[in-house]
Design a binder for this molecule. Sequence first.
Ligand code: FMN
Length: 235
Amino acid sequence: MSGRLSVSDAVARRRSVRAFQDRPVDRTVVEAIMRRAARAPSGGNVQPWAVRVVDGSRLAGLLAMMRRLRAEAPEGEPLDPPFQPTAGPPPEFVRRRMRNGEILYGALGIDRSDTAARAAWNEENFQFFGAPLGVFILTPRVGNGWQWLDVGIYLQTALLLFEEAGLGTCPQADWAIHGESVAAFLGAPAGYRLICGIAVGHTDASRPENRIRTERDDPFADDPDAAPPPRGDPA
Ligand SMILES: Cc1cc2nc3c(=O)[nH]c(=O)nc-3n(C[C@H](O)[C@H](O)[C@H](O)COP(=O)(O)O)c2cc1C
């Protein structure tokens, strides 16, 4: 590839990657990306994030701990707000989530009714889908109410920079289910809680789970003032 990706190309090409080549990732590159991503805006410039990178034998130790934890207490730890879902998600969330599952499990050849296979696949979350490196984002436990927005912007900025660097990623909120244990393992700063992990590695493009293209609805749906969307992929 010559030259850098345009922002539009990085946005269009980024996708969640859930299978990786057996090839290491240079941790200094990852740290540089997570530092560069901190140019992301945050309300009042409070920068409500701290980051940890895990690879090599430390990653192996973490994944072994997760296998134990998942076997002992797969329900995880109680989630504090705002991670607790409110009662009854809106119907469009349910519809889109189901469609997402259809696409992913369809690619994996896992039948909807095959709960054992789905559960086994779910465990891959806690093994970083085989990635050689994992990133964790933490935020202060106390906050200003909008820091979640800031962390989301930081996360996507990082994902786009990984795309530019030719690395595949999967953002994973599932790690927050075991946030306390993982934060303790990481030696997280006092008063911080885990928000998410990011699996990072070289994409295994041959794997079907990496070949799916997830769908998007028009965010202007039902707005009579908006022009109709262009045909095809909006990106
Ligand atoms: C905040 C956040 C948390 C996510 N958590 C998980 C996760 O725990 N496990 C997983 O497999 N994917 C996770 N994803 C990936 C989403 O499923 C994915 O972004 C979505 O299906 C759209 O697909 P795309 O990323 O390929 O465009 C997460 C994405 C975001 C933004």
